[in-house]
Write a new protein. Structure first.
Length: 255
């Protein structure tokens, strides 16, 4: 049988925020499993995590569908590739995790170090199907207005793949914290915000923005609780999405 005639497994996933295309909300994505082409992308040493996620998702999304009646799914590959960067950051991480489940399984074995003795490594298994998801309550509402303590207001928006790519280029910048806040600001006191505007905000107002963003933004809770095998105490760590074993687990490799 020709390789081209072998059908790959697919999965339909509901997006946490969805994406607006020509003022229509599209909230479902059909994924196909990762192939050798995407494996090579993930193995690239010089590409950023954001760039890898963009390219892998662009290759593995085969249709984008809407719950709006009589709306045709988007299946054109070039159109889908352009849309990937418009997806909310939370949806991009969500789809990346769902791709891993589709392509391998839901069990991810993480390599960790004991907090009580970092020289002692151990492994912890995470069931990716049990990660807590946070969705928009109303996916048609794409902004949130937040009052500030000085009488002003800020309008927040969902950060997208475009913003994620920008952040990856400024991670060592002197304005990194402010830039990270700016990508979620649609307007400040009715006007587009500049770096200087956001830097001038009081710490109280900046914390108000951070708290509102955390409560409203979509995403996957990637905080994992593991148990130190030496002292039996639980500790929190982050899911290692870009660790090589996320898609290349040593347990399934054959010498």
């Amino acid at each position: 049988m020709s390789v081209d005639n072998i059908k790959s497994p697919t999965a339909m996933e509901e997006l946490l925020a969805g994406v607006m295309v020509d003022k229509i909300l599209y909230d479902k994505v059909q994924l196909t499993e990762i192939s050798g082409k995407e494996e090579d992308i993930l193995a690239e040493e010089n590409a950023s995590a954001s760039d890898k996620i963009t390219r892998v998702l662009a290759n593995c999304i085969i249709s984008l569908e809407s719950s709006v009646p009589d709306t045709k799914p988007i299946t054109d590959n070039n159109h889908l590739k352009a849309i990937v960067k418009n997806l909310a950051m939370g949806d991009r991480i969500f789809l990346f995790i769902r791709l891993r489940v589709l392509s391998l399984d839901q069990n991810f074995v993480m390599d960790l170090q004991c907090p009580s003795d970092e020289k002692v490594p151990f492994k912890a298994t995470v069931d990716l199907n049990t990660l807590e998801l946070k969705k928009l309550e109303d996916k048609n509402i794409r902004t949130m207005t937040v009052p500030l303590t000085d009488g002003g207001e800020v309008v927040l928006k969902l950060a997208t793949g475009h913003d994620e790519g920008l952040l990856s280029t400024i991670k060592n910048s002197k304005t990194r914290l402010t830039s990270g806040m700016m990508i979620r600001i649609e307007s400040l006191n009715g006007k587009p915000a500049s770096i200087e505007d956001v830097q001038k905000l009081s710490l109280r107002n900046r914390n108000t923005i951070r708290t509102a963003t955390q409560k409203w933004d979509v995403g996957v809770d990637t905080t994992i609780t593991a148990t130190d095998p030496l002292d039996g105490k639980d500790f929190d760590t982050e899911l290692q999405l870009m660790q090589a074993s996320f898609f290349f687990p040593s347990e399934i490799l054959v010498d």
